[in-house]
Design a protein around this ligand. Structure first.
Ligand SMILES: *[C@@H]1O[C@H](CO)[C@@H](O)[C@H](O)[C@H]1NC(C)=O
Ligand SMILES: *[C@@H]1O[C@H](CO)[C@@H](O)[C@H](O)[C@H]1NC(C)=O
Ligand SMILES: *[C@@H]1O[C@H](CO)[C@@H](O)[C@H](O)[C@H]1NC(C)=O
Ligand SMILES: *[C@@H]1O[C@H](CO)[C@@H](O)[C@H](O)[C@H]1NC(C)=O
Length: 182
């Protein structure tokens, strides 16, 4: 019952795509792995590496040449899968958003992508881009996500045509709260 209410809350929160500004400190995210499937029609020389920056920071370096001007028209849809009984099963967290709107509003703390390298700025024109030592700002993720392992599939598109598919495996953990004994 509690889980159902939780899921409904998450669906509600994630459907409010115009107001995706959260602050949470209830759980921690451990990024496990990123995998990218680029469409060569849009991206050339796509290179990426996942690595452990330090104990808690699993970072990503990526670079590519973007072949066309995409302006403010990059959209992405996100679908979550939760690991249970040895497989990733569909999890009711789904939303669609526009990349430039998210960058402008700093949704999920995305603006931290400008801390290292040369990430695209909107409107996005063709050229060489890179990002380095990057991980999302987990404090700006939606609250109440149940503990567990997940995969998020992010499908980046340009007028319905896939630019790149990102598969991101992560774990949500919570510190065990210890109650003092009297
Ligand atoms: C890991 O690196 C990040 C970024 O420099 C830093 O904010 C964080 O405190 C570091 N964590 C540890 C455990 O050293
Ligand atoms: C993009 O980077 C590649 C590889 O470093 C280089 O060969 C190419 O000339 C660059 N293109 C532009 C337009 O800067
Ligand atoms: C990631 O990129 C930064 C900045 O270019 C570089 O210093 C670092 O060595 C790269 N890390 C890996 C693992 O390639
Ligand atoms: C990504 O979205 C496009 C446009 O909706 C769709 O054609 C494509 O099948 C999607 N790709 C994946 C892997 O979901």
């Amino acid at each position: 019952m509690k889980e159902i209410i939780l899921l409904k809350t998450i669906i509600l929160l994630s459907s409010i795509s115009e107001v995706l500004t959260y602050h949470q400190s209830d759980y921690r995210v451990i990024s496990e792995w990123y995998e990218f499937i680029p469409n060569v029609k849009y991206l050339q020389n796509f290179k990426y590496i996942n690595f452990k920056y330090n104990r808690t920071f699993h970072a990503l370096n990526a670079s590519a040449y973007l072949k066309i001007n995409v302006g403010n028209n990059v959209a992405f849809s996100t679908q979550a899968y939760k690991f249970s009984s040895n497989e990733y099963r569909l999890f009711p967290l789904q939303f669609d958003a526009n990349l430039c709107v998210c960058l402008k509003e700093d949704t999920f703390g995305l603006q931290n992508v400008y801390n290292c390298g040369n990430a695209p700025r909107c409107p996005i024109v063709k050229g060489n881009y890179s990002m380095c030592n990057w991980q999302p700002d987990y404090n700006k993720f939606p609250p109440y996500m149940p503990t567990g392992r997940y995969r998020l599939d992010l499908n980046f598109t340009y007028f319905g045509d896939m630019i790149c598919l990102a598969k991101w495996q992560l774990e949500i953990t919570r510190d065990i709260v210890k109650f003092p004994k009297n």
